[in-house]
Design a protein around this ligand. Structure first.
Ligand code: SAH
Length: 244
């Protein structure tokens, strides 16, 4: 058996949305380095004697900084055969999995990537919102909502969002007002539909629906993790909601 670091996506929350492969690797793990977003019930699947390292991050705050996490993963690979780096959703969708893989590559550590079901698609689905819908919208974008406020040069081209494309913002709850304002300034109607979904796919899922103009007020008390969906597909929720 050769030493490998597995960068594993744990899915969005509902434990049954894990992949068969991720579950197998967890059952074989010598050490699991996990984030707050990964459902803690998953750890019950680990074998006896498995070491757990909590590098839990909440959005906006990083109790353990990324360079330190990289080093923890690397050090674990020197100590153990089967290292599982477990991340919420998919490791390559705003999961910093790419950075961790590069760090390992530079140190000649073998790694593999186990994609997970990203919250960007599954959380809207559990709220009855398809990210694409024939005759309504044929593309969607996933965007960070966490870009530092007041950044001199935004990497986000807000003017490019004056489309009917479905927009999914991750890590954006605290910036909801700013995001809505930017979209209206880019030309979107103030009555454009928006949904905010908190703790999606879990027993505590909450969904708030509003418009660009009123969503900040309506969603302000929702707990994290939460994502924002902007698009006409939000209206389909009336017919398609099934989980809550
Ligand atoms: N790699 C993850 C995303 C990491 S960024 C993935 O593919 O899903 C973290 C952000 O994901 C959170 O700030 C939130 O916007 C979103 N998120 C993750 N899980 C969520 C959930 N269960 N419900 C709502 N949003 C979630």
């Amino acid at each position: 058996m050769s030493k490998t670091v597995h960068l594993v996506g744990a899915g969005p929350g509902d434990i049954e949305l894990m992949t068969v492969k991720s579950l197998r690797l967890i059952k074989e793990a010598d050490v699991i380095i996990f984030d707050r977003l990964a459902n803690p019930l998953i750890l019950k699947e680990a074998p006896q004697g498995c070491e757990f390292i909590d590098v839990g991050k909440t959005d906006g705050q990083h109790p353990v900084k990324q360079p330190e996490i990289n080093e923890i993963i690397y050090q674990s690979s020197l100590k153990y055969e089967n290292v599982v780096r477990l991340k919420g959703g998919d490791p390559f969708v705003f999961g910093r999995g790419g950075e961790e893989a590069l760090y390992l590559k530079e140190r000649n550590v073998k790694f593999d990537i186990v994609p997970g079901i990203t919250s960007a698609i599954s959380v809207p689905a559990y709220a009855g919102i398809p990210v694409t819908q024939r005759g309504v919208v044929s593309s969607f974008r996933v965007i960070t909502g966490h870009e530092a406020p007041g950044k001199a040069v935004s990497q986000i081209d807000w003017n490019s969002f004056n489309t009917d494309e479905t927009l999914v913002f991750l890590m954006g709850l605290h910036n909801l007002g700013r995001i809505s304002k930017n979209l209206m300034e880019a030309g979107k109607d103030k009555n454009y539909p928006v949904a905010v979904i908190s703790a999606g796919t879990t027993a505590t899922q909450k969904v708030v629906v509003g418009t660009l103009e009123n969503i900040e007020e309506k969603a302000k008390s929702l707990p994290t993790p939460a994502l924002i969906v902007v698009g006409k597909v939000v209206n389909l929720r009336d017919e398609l909601k099934w989980f809550d």
